[in-house]
Write a protein that binds this ligand. Structure first.
Ligand code: X2X
Length: 345
């Protein structure tokens, strides 16, 4: 091909890409359907966020990108800590994942699971919407996925079927289900409990049969999964950890889309993320915390800790914090601590 005709072809192709036209040509590599992985379905804020994202993408791309939801991490047989690897390998096209479930592969995501790092919602925002969030997106990008937006699972409060927990001593011997992430083993061992790793799919029958005594999850998960009906009658509001969610797309899938469609998918994720966070916080940030009242109304004993009582839990888990600070990366954790200290309340 002569240089001149090559150039004009290249210019024409670039123009087509920029305009995203014609769809037939640009879309030749598009799949008829993309698979979005989620741990829980649309009865939960997390799953709702997935639905919102998928609908917005469909609308913005005029149906060029169709997404099907796979709740229950069903593309990987419920094994939620394998989700990140499956995303990288292309078994999953896109996902909204919890930082906890991906932390075995991306060690920096353990940051959010450091016990008692984030005292309030403003602290979560200071991290995800600030310098730490940017750094984590760079890390995720290097790890092989395209991160687009933040969402939220929520503050993970402690529940059990045995008795009210007010002090670390009350946790002695309690068999607590945790996600399969090593930092949680350390935290619950330090607290004197008996932690057992289990997927969310396996956890619910284990509560029902009494094979485990307790667990930790956000209140929106508690109510949507109706954990009060599987013996979880005691709730302690300790606010020790909150897990953000991350909206991501597999890299090859991302690169197969036109720049215009990528922007639509990104914008849809940002909008869906904001809406999802609002849904996840509903009932917890209004005066009187109506969602907690609702849970109390179901016969659940809700224990609130005084600052002094809470401090005992902080103190006993401090060695775990220190150990994991260096594993996560001292500079990143220092940045997080600094941004939390400077947060607008
Ligand atoms: O398994 C859990 O506890 C859940 C649903 O919160 C996560 O996927 C992190």
């Amino acid at each position: 091909m002569k240089l001149r005709s090559f150039l004009s072809t290249a210019v024409a192709a670039a123009t087509l890409l920029t305009l995203g036209l014609p769809p037939a040509q640009a879309q030749s590599s598009y799949k008829s359907e993309y698979r979005m992985s989620l741990v829980v379905g649309t009865a939960f804020p997390w799953g709702k966020g997935g639905e919102i994202w998928a609908n917005k993408v469909k609308e913005k791309t005029n149906g060029r990108i169709n997404i099907k939801l796979y709740p229950g991490v069903s593309l990987i047989q419920g094994d939620q800590t394998r989700e990140f690897s499956a995303l990288r390998q292309g078994v999953i096209d896109m996902a909204i994942g919890s930082t906890i479930n991906w932390s075995p592969q991306v060690k920096q995501l353990n940051l959010f699971s450091l016990p008692f790092l984030m005292p309030d919602y403003a602290a979560i925002d200071a991290l995800t919407q600030g310098e730490v969030g940017k750094q984590i997106f760079t890390i995720l990008d290097k790890a092989g996925v395209v991160p687009l937006a933040w969402g939220e699972n929520g503050y993970r409060e402690l529940t059990n079927s045995k008795h009210a927990v007010k002090t670390p001593a009350d946790m002695k011997g309690l068999k607590i289900r945790i996600v399969g992430s090593p930092l949680f083993i350390d935290t619950f061992t330090a607290l004197g409990a008996n932690p057992t790793q289990m997927s969310w799919a396996d956890a619910q029958p284990a509560f029902a049969s009494g094979a485990v005594d307790g667990q930790e999850n956000p209140m929106s998960i508690f109510t949507a999964a109706k954990l009060q009906n599987v013996g979880q009658k005691y709730l302690t509001m300790w606010g020790y950890v909150a897990d953000p969610l991350v909206f991501v797309v597999n890299k090859e899938v991302w690169n197969s889309w036109t720049p215009e469609d990528r922007e639509h998918v990104r914008q849809a994720a940002i909008e869906a993320g904001k809406e999802e966070i609002a849904i996840a916080r509903k009932g917890m940030i209004e005066p009187g915390q109506p969602l907690l009242k609702e849970i109390e109304g179901m016969g659940v004993t809700v224990t609130h800790l005084s600052p002094q009582e809470r401090e005992q839990f902080v103190k006993i888990t401090r060695p775990v914090y220190t150990k994991w600070k260096s594993q996560i990366g001292t500079a990143l954790v220092n940045q997080a601590e600094k941004d939390i200290a400077a947060r607008k309340k």
